[in-house]
Design a protein around this ligand. Structure first.
Ligand SMILES: [Fe+2]
Length: 371
């Protein structure tokens, strides 16, 4: 038996102004927004609300320390609605603030604290990658464990995901590239997940199609953000979120988390470092079922034969982000068995969604090949 659900309600606003008029944010509201986004898009908004510039509390990827620091700032203030405007970092973090109790964070993540939602939550993405606005997953680096872990629980669903393409206008190319690569990988990993269904594959495939067609345009026009693509990429990212929220992500994400946590590599870029090699490894074991379907689908989009899709995809993606080797990120070879241990022992949630099971030797082999 399997279930398919689309939660939360999804609203598209044509502009930041329309959003402000519709939601009337003020007293009793908590708004997470960076100073830059606020200045550019919400200059005269949020009067009376508690506004937190989360960038003051985080450098790069979100951690348990960031959650605990912000919790102290909020203190005992009465909050009934939370609006989070930003990338995956802040959307994931905001999900934890909608809970009755979120600290100590390690107890929430290890199950000692049961997640209970007691505030309304509105998530507004400003990147086109995480799909966090439609998932019940929060990913954090737990600093004691030195890896990223995901907490998945129904209490983490937002009440509303609000898409405002205008907010992506000032996204620098490198963030656009890394976040959209993350969305593409969500779509592909969920497509080949054993939990995928006819329903999830519709969303995976639609996301893959939009992103690949956008990447082809970027390849022909040079490395830049093309404004006419923003709405499509934001939609694709939400589609991919719906797909992986139901079918899950897998080994690409699992292998990238130790790198992201240890070397502070942006999430989408860290995923890209492993993407093609994980699929080459799958292909060396088996290529039937969902892998065969994926090959046929990609072959049409990339105008190549099914057996050539991984090479063609890699060529296209290298135009968007240039893959670095692990040692270029500062990884030392002795760390690879530790990374492998983290993947095998702590990332079971993701590794259970692999197209085919990958054992310790295969995982270490991927790390060594990419070193
Ligand atoms: Fe991701």
């Amino acid at each position: 038996m399997n279930n398919f659900f689309i939660r939360p309600k999804i609203t598209v606003c044509t502009s930041a102004e329309e959003f402000c008029l519709s939601y009337n944010i003020g007293s009793g509201d908590l708004v997470f927004v960076s100073e830059g986004t606020r200045r550019r898009n919400f200059a005269n908004a949020f009067a009376g609300a508690l506004v937190v510039d989360y960038r003051k509390y985080v450098v790069g990827e979100p951690t348990d320390i960031m959650i605990e620091d912000i919790s102290r700032i909020i203190g005992s203030q009465k909050i009934s609605r939370i609006f989070a405007i930003g990338g995956g970092t802040i959307l994931d973090a905001a999900k934890l603030f909608a809970l009755k109790q979120n600290i100590p964070v390690d107890k929430l993540f290890n199950g000692e604290i049961l997640p209970q939602k007691d505030k309304k939550l509105f998530l507004i993405p400003t990147t086109c990658g995480t799909g966090s606005e439609v998932t019940d997953i929060s990913i954090l680096e737990l600093t004691k464990n030195k890896t990223k872990l995901g907490l998945a629980n129904e209490a983490l669903f937002a009440d509303e995901a609000i898409l405002i393409p205008e907010l992506l206008q000032n996204l620098p190319y490198k963030f656009f590239a890394a976040s959209s690569m993350d969305a593409l990988i969500h779509a592909v990993e969920s497509y080949t997940s054993p939990k995928a269904t006819e329903f999830t594959r519709i969303f995976s495939a639609a996301a893959i199609e939009k992103i690949i067609s956008g990447y082809k345009l970027i390849t022909s026009e040079g490395k830049k953000v093309i404004p006419s693509l923003l709405r499509d990429f934001l939609t694709a990212s939400t589609y991919a979120g719906i797909a992986f929220g139901n079918a899950g992500c897998a080994a690409v994400h699992a292998l990238s988390y130790p790198l992201g946590a240890a070397r502070h590599v942006p999430h989408g870029e860290a995923n890209y470092a492993f993407f093609i090699e994980v699929y080459k490894t799958y292909a060396s074991i088996r290529q039937d079922g969902s892998f065969e379907l994926l090959k046929q689908f990609l072959a049409k989009l990339l105008a190549c034969t099914p057996n050539n899709v991984l090479a063609e995809l890699e060529t296209l993606l290298e135009n968007i982000i240039q893959r670095k080797t692990l040692h270029e990120y500062g990884v030392i070879e002795e760390e690879l068995p530790r990374y492998t241990g983290i993947v095998m022992e702590k990332q079971g949630r993701l590794m259970s969604n692999n197209y085919v099971p990958l054992n310790r030797d295969k995982v270490l082999g991927i790390y060594q090949k990419l070193f």
